[in-house]
Design a protein around this ligand. Structure first.
Ligand code: DC
Length: 226
């Protein structure tokens, strides 16, 4: 296994932005596993497949091809050859993805693909089950947390910037609902790995969190000489 950093945390903890910045600073390839679950959900939604239609989902999983392309500034996600970078962040995907991500056959397909990525290069992988299921032996495990109110606050501000109409209370409710689905599901529930280092981003700026995580990784890397 190459050098693997696992970052698990809830939506709105700043995980995506922070993982990208840390990866860039430390020469680690950044892998966003949430984008993979988002692609599966998008493909099922496009084909009008419901989460309970497991046979149809199985077929989707046989046919699906997810690829990441990176340049200096951004990451582009391709689903069966089409750029879906924007579509996988749409409101419809946001509100349905947790139901698809809870399905065992979907996780059983994604987990080995994610493990394979860790064999090929030094990586920083973000998700919900990276330190618990995908890489229980990761070199560094971080659990990046944030209060639910602050997460709703950040999402509400993002929506306002994008011109999406909603109230703070609606955003808070939807975050609570997703959190419940993710933490209470039977397969790979979102929990902190016992040996993960807990970082709370609630009162920190992005730069402060990046600095903290870089320090943790540097120290570990030195100690294991990898
Ligand atoms: O991190 P995100 O919001 O883009 O994740 C999208 C969905 O996928 C969300 O419902 C959590 C789920 N997910 C997961 O179950 N396991 C992962 N490793 C990554 C994401």
């Amino acid at each position: 296994m190459a050098f693997v950093v696992a970052i698990d945390g809830p939506a709105g903890s700043g995980k995506g932005t922070i993982t990208k910045l840390v990866g860039k600073k430390m020469g680690l390839i950044n892998i966003d596993t949430g984008a993979m679950y988002r692609c599966v959900a998008l493909e099922c939604l496009n084909r009008n497949i419901l989460p309970e239609e497991l046979e149809k989902i199985e077929k989707v999983l046989e046919e699906i091809d997810i690829r990441f392309k990176r340049d200096d500034e951004k990451e582009i996600v391709f689903l069966n050859g089409n750029d879906v970078t924007g579509q996988i962040r749409s409101t419809i995907v946001n509100s349905n993805v947790a139901k698809f991500a809870a399905i065992k056959i979907i996780r059983d397909k994604m987990t080995p693909i994610q493990r394979e990525m860790g064999k090929q290069a030094d990586i920083i992988m973000e998700g919900r089950d990276i330190g618990t299921v995908v890489f229980p032996d990761a070199d560094v495990k971080i659990f990046l947390d944030c209060s639910i109110e602050e997460r709703a606050n950040r999402r509400f501000k993002q929506n306002q910037e994008k011109g999406i109409k909603c109230t703070y209370e609606e955003v808070l409710e939807s975050i609570k609902e997703r959190h419940k689905l993710e933490t209470e599901r039977e397969v790979a529930p979102f929990v902190q790995a016992e040996d993960a280092i807990y970082v709370d981003s609630t009162k920190l700026t992005i730069e402060e969190v990046v600095k903290k995580i870089v320090e943790i990784i540097e120290e570990k890397r030195k100690s294991i000489n990898k």
